[in-house]
Design a protein around this ligand. Structure first.
Ligand SMILES: [Fe+2]
Length: 289
């Protein structure tokens, strides 16, 4: 299992691009970032989550990305890459995402095995903690707590966040994590969000370059503003959770992804796309996942 585009192993920033400044006088096109989240892949392609074949639904969502006229400059995968932490499931993800030939960075979710991810990553950049593209810097945080569904940022992750914000020469920053750092008006999900969100915001609130905070985990879309920073979540590429539900409930919306167009002036355009054209069978009566 290999990805089509391999970076130069000797280059510390193999995918860094200055594309926006490559054509003096030309109007810079925005950077196209694609967020893929919570594919919950299984050891075999027949593996299901709540009756849904997660391999097939990821394939359908990636076909949507493929169909879009804009080619991704970077794909971010915000956790729960697998449901069963199997080597085969991670290999399946890498195989499927390889079709784009662009850089991909993944972070672990509560269903993942971070050690296994590090072991199976076909190239180290998949495990990047930061990624610079044009005028934007991405910071990737691990909020997973082994054996727990909720998230927490360990002291080292908070220190890394602080130092990467302090050292950023880029004017715009996006921070990516798996667990949601704000309440989303869903009682059961708000119990399993980022437990030390106050510590997180204490760091990000001091940096006026942070433009967006991006996460997965909640299997539904969110687009809100907090202190003038965009709070953004993507749907899952498989099963959705019903928004604003007090207890666990499956949502009826189709699998999807989020795209972002990032501009040199810090502006963000973003939208969710869904695989509405595909018939998916989901067990709507499930009491948990
Ligand atoms: Fe998930």
């Amino acid at each position: 299992m290999t990805l089509e585009t391999r970076p130069d192993a000797n280059d510390p920033h193999p995918y860094q691009t200055t594309r926006d400044s490559q054509s003096p006088g030309a109007a810079a096109r925005p950077l196209r970032i694609v967020q893929i989240s919570d594919p919950h892949l299984c050891e075999t392609h027949d593996g299901t989550l709540l009756g849904l074949k997660t391999h097939d639904s990821l394939d359908a969502v990636l076909a949507l990305v493929d169909d879009d006229a804009s080619t991704p400059d970077l794909i971010i995968a915000t956790g729960d890459i697998t449901q069963d932490r199997s080597r085969e499931a991670y290999a399946d993800f890498c195989q499927q995402i390889a079709r784009f030939g662009c850089p991909v960075v993944w972070i672990p979710g509560n269903h993942d095995d971070a050690d296994m991810m590090a072991e199976v990553a076909p190239f180290p950049e998949l495990q990047s903690k930061t990624f610079v593209i044009g005028d934007w810097k991405f910071i990737f945080l691990n909020t997973a707590v082994p054996g727990k569904v909720y998230g927490r940022l360990a002291a080292e992750e908070l220190q890394l966040l602080q130092s990467e914000l302090d050292n950023a020469v880029q004017p715009h920053i996006a921070v990516c994590l798996h667990h949601h750092p704000i309440t989303i008006r869903s009682r059961w999900l708000d119990k399993i969000g980022l437990r030390n969100a106050d510590d997180f915001f204490a760091v990000t609130d001091r940096c006026d370059k942070v433009r967006a905070i991006v996460w997965g985990h909640i299997h539904q879309e969110i687009d809100e503003l907090r202190n003038n920073v965009r709070m953004l979540a993507s749907p899952s590429t498989c099963v959705q959770f019903k928004p604003e539900s007090g207890s666990f409930a499956v949502g009826e919306q189709a699998p999807g992804y989020r795209w972002f167009d990032l501009f040199p002036d810090g502006r963000i355009e973003t939208q969710v796309e869904r695989a509405d054209h595909i018939d998916f069978v989901i067990d709507m009566n499930s009491k948990g996942y």
